[in-house]
Write a new protein. Structure first.
Length: 277
């Protein structure tokens, strides 16, 4: 048996063993490999299983609502192409776990649900004592707006170069494994605005990257390997999650030492830059 044949058999056997192991892997509840940067749970001021990298506030700064620009191009990519839920869901968890703000509902679906309960109360259908009268909604002191600046999938060529160093089928197999390496990168922005004055209080950029090796997608084809091609979307969600945590941490750090900007004469009173006559 030639060295080339020995290498080819060894690589083929290894890939077959990995494929068999993947098919027989049990479901693992709470598997850390399946989690994003935002993990765990929050209930009131209590956080459970949160990411240790998440910033925390000993004192809550106020109430906040999430405002997503659903008409923006990035939003349709995140929810349409990547099949991910709205970014507000992710940020809600981070915010509550950090204890820096109390999240109040202002989303379309949430507001519709609350208004429906009030309509039932007004129509007389709700039980006595349901107490859905006016004057109970908590005001949102601040608004946080997320934006995705860019999110890219770049195919790497390192594995293809390595495969080219080996002869025959072995080289083609390793080239397929490494050539499908993808580096996923994301850059996001968070802005915080005071709802009473409309003044921007903070703005922060966050970023993250992750390299994945889609070996089985390359070897078994886009729809083979027991649906492994669906994994292509998951890493992108993890990268976006990490980027938003980075941006949120930067926001918290800036607001901890917040000092209001001052304009001589007062905000919105004409400013120092005057237009010509």
């Amino acid at each position: 048996m030639t060295p080339s044949q020995t290498t080819r058999i060894s690589v083929t056997a290894l890939l077959a063993a990995l494929a068999l192991t993947a098919c027989q892997s049990p479901i693992v509840m709470g598997d850390p490999n399946a989690k994003t940067a935002a993990t765990g749970a929050a209930g009131g001021a209590t956080a459970v299983g949160q990411n240790t990298a998440l910033e925390h506030c000993n004192e809550t700064l106020g109430t906040i609502s999430l405002v997503e620009n659903q008409g923006a191009g990035w939003y349709s990519i995140v929810t349409g192409e990547y099949k991910l839920p709205p970014t507000a869901n992710l940020l809600r968890l981070m915010i509550q776990q950090s204890n820096c703000f109390v999240v109040v509902e202002r989303g379309r679906a949430g507001m519709h649900a609350m208004n429906r309960e009030r309509e039932l109360m007004a129509s007389g259908e709700s039980r006595a004592g349901s107490d859905f009268g006016k004057g109970q909604m908590v005001a949102s002191d601040y608004a946080m707006t997320p934006e995705v600046n860019f999110s890219a999938n770049n195919t790497g060529g390192i594995g293809g170069a390595i495969g080219g160093l080996l002869p025959g089928t072995a080289g083609r197999l390793l080239g397929a494994v490494g050539g499908s390496a993808k580096t996923r990168e994301a850059s996001v922005m968070l802005t915080v605005v005071d709802n009473r004055s409309g003044v921007q209080l903070a703005a922060a950029e966050g970023s993250a990257s992750k390299t994945d090796y889609g070996a089985f997608g390359a070897l078994f084809g886009g729809s083979g390997g027991g649906g492994l091609s669906g994994y292509n979307n998951t890493p992108q969600g993890k990268v976006l999650s990490a980027a938003f945590m980075d941006a949120y941490n930067q926001t918290v750090k800036a607001l901890r030492n917040y000092k209001a900007q001052q304009v001589k004469g007062g905000l919105g009173k004409g400013g120092k830059l005057k237009a010509g006559q």
